[in-house]
Design a protein around this ligand. Structure first.
Ligand code: ADP
Ligand code: F6P
Length: 322
């Protein structure tokens, strides 16, 4: 393959720039040309496409966000728009694509491959870690570390005041950020969408923790369960004598310098993606990591795998938080 395009799509994630950099430099070193597509599928439709060289990705490995920008493009779900996008790719001579994004972005990529046979490889980029075929997605490790920094600071002040605090974290319908941050941050309670929440039990733990002499209670709440304010109200309806605060961490979880793990994962995934495209018509594939080995898989197969929740990790976190 002579010329490939690269785009980032959906929510940005730390490590996307490291993946862009690695894709560009590895492809160039393999004798291919790389064109950057700005703002995901929206930029593809509009022809916001430019050639990239090794200097285009200088000084980016440590940066959060995405130098290619990202966007949500609902039109791409319709074939008529994908036809337009395909025509644009043809006009630019782009023969294959690297798509860095999550589940939705991969569905777009699959459709483009199904409709027009464009060889595409997906690199998993989302802080949510909600793609079943891979153990980890780019940005997850960094986001969890950001949450941990916040938990540490919040713990200090909650302890000083003998308070409980509900910390709401991102993840859409996935509880992984909550579980990993809860385990690593020593949270007393972790609430995730994968496990039904029992507010009476939450209140009981808060009471018992007080009796046991704990002077702060950290509750990590995944956004897929409910909002931190709704949970606070539910708790106060049952026990009005406690001091409880809420923090919604929000977008600080999505920004910031990628961790070592995310940068290394980005490089390893990008190299596999370029190798797949270099070897010709690879169809529609995704790359990821399983048991610390880089894997690739057919996109339809990967998207059909049901997401499993690591109940053991959740149980360990719950036991250790007592
Ligand atoms: P993520 O990739 O992080 O899951 P989204 O779900 O917002 O983010 O999807 C990103 C973009 O991917 C959408 O704006 C749209 O352009 C494209 N997309 C999402 N779902 C589909 C689909 N079913 N078919 C085609 N394109 C899709
Ligand atoms: O998918 C990443 C994510 O940050 C989710 O955790 C969150 O629910 C969502 O994106 C927020 O999206 P938006 O940028 O549209 O507010």
């Amino acid at each position: 393959m002579r010329r490939i395009g690269i785009l980032t799509s959906g929510g940005d994630a730390p490590g996307m720039n490291a993946a862009i950099r690695a894709t560009v430099r590895y492809a160039l070193s393999s004798g291919m040309e790389v064109y950057g597509i700005e703002c995901g599928y929206d930029g593809m439709l509009k022809g916001n496409i430019f050639p990239m060289d090794t200097r285009s990705v200088s000084d980016t490995i440590q940066k959060g966000g995405t130098i290619l920008k990202t966007a949500r493009c609902p039109e791409f779900k319709e074939k008529e728009y994908r036809q337009k996008a395909y025509d644009v790719l043809q006009a630019f001579g782009i023969e294959g694509l690297v798509v860095i994004g999550g589940d939705g972005s991969f569905r777009g990529m699959k459709d483009l491959n199904d409709d027009f046979g464009v060889p595409c490889v997906g690199i998993p980029g989302t802080i949510d870690n909600d793609l079943a075929y891979t153990d980890f997605t780019l940005g997850f490790d960094t986001a969890v570390n950001t949450v941990l920094g916040a938990v540490n600071n919040i713990r200090d002040t909650m302890t000083a005041h003998n308070r409980a605090c509900i910390i709401e974290v991102m993840g859409r319908k996935c509880g992984d950020i909550a579980v990993y941050a809860g385990l690593a941050g020593g949270a007393e309670i972790i609430l995730v969408p994968e496990i039904p929440s029992d507010i009476d039990k939450v209140c009981k733990i808060i009471r018992q923790d007080k009796i046991k002499g704990k002077n702060s209670v950290i509750i990590i709440l995944a956004e897929g369960v409910c909002s931190c304010n709704a949970l606070k109200e539910e708790i106060l309806n049952r026990m009005s004598d406690i001091s409880i605060r809420t923090v919604k961490l929000g977008y600080i979880q999505r920004g910031g310098a990628p961790s070592m793990s995310d940068r290394v994962l980005a490089a390893r995934c990008a190299v596999r993606a370029v190798e797949l495209l270099k070897n010709g018509d690879c169809g529609g594939r995704v790359v990821g990591i399983k048991d610390n080995k880089i894997i690739d898989m057919d996109i339809a197969e990967a998207l059909a795998i049901p997401r499993s929740f690591d109940k053991d990790l959740y149980n360990i976190a719950t036991i250790l938080g007592k």
